[in-house]
Design a binder for this molecule. Structure first.
Ligand SMILES: [Zn+2]
Length: 168
């Protein structure tokens, strides 16, 4: 590993020039330049290695929110970065997508093609398993399970919703 000395002229990335320019090393720490002066524009700034473009983060800025300690804040930052750095859907997302697809298949087999006219959904209504209900938000669904005394699971296109009803 090469060592740098104060006064040395090196190439570094200049944030003002937005380019790699010659810089005079102003201060070093452990043989690494920490402060440099751009010979092109004269600005004095932190040293940024010329190859840093591919990995632009030399230093992490961590905002510590009230009520959070620094460790938690760093952790949150790292997690946020991981999320940002993963364009591929996670296994969790893939599972969700698969489940959504299965849901839709199940919904289609339960609801679509049924001749029955859906019954408008009402919290005070009484429904039987397999009844088609028409919900103002979720659309048409099929009752899959009654949960006495006052709930039922209804399969809608977007998934099973637990709704209020009157069970008999
Ligand atoms: Zn410059």
């Amino acid at each position: 590993m090469s060592s740098f000395v104060t006064g040395q002229i090196i190439e570094a990335r200049c944030s003002r020039c937005k380019d790699i320019t010659g810089h005079v090393v102003m201060a070093c720490l452990d043989g690494m330049p920490v402060k440099v002066e751009c010979r092109a524009c004269g600005s004095v700034h932190k040293y940024v290695a010329p190859e840093a473009q591919a990995r632009p983060k030399v230093e992490k800025t961590v905002r510590v929110k009230a009520g959070h300690n620094r460790a938690e804040a760093v952790d949150a930052t790292v997690r946020a970065e991981k999320r940002a750095a993963a364009p591929r859907p996670s296994r969790e997302q893939q599972q969700l997508a698969r489940r959504a697809e299965e849901n839709e298949h199940r919904w289609t087999s339960l609801v679509a093609g049924r001749a029955a006219t859906p019954v408008p959904y009402s919290m005070n209504g009484t429904f039987a398993v397999n009844t088609l209900v028409d919900h103002p938000v979720f659309g048409t669904g099929a009752v899959v399970e009654l949960l006495p005394p006052d709930k039922m699971d209804v399969m809608f296109k977007e998934g099973v919703k637990r709704l209020r009803c009157v069970c008999e």
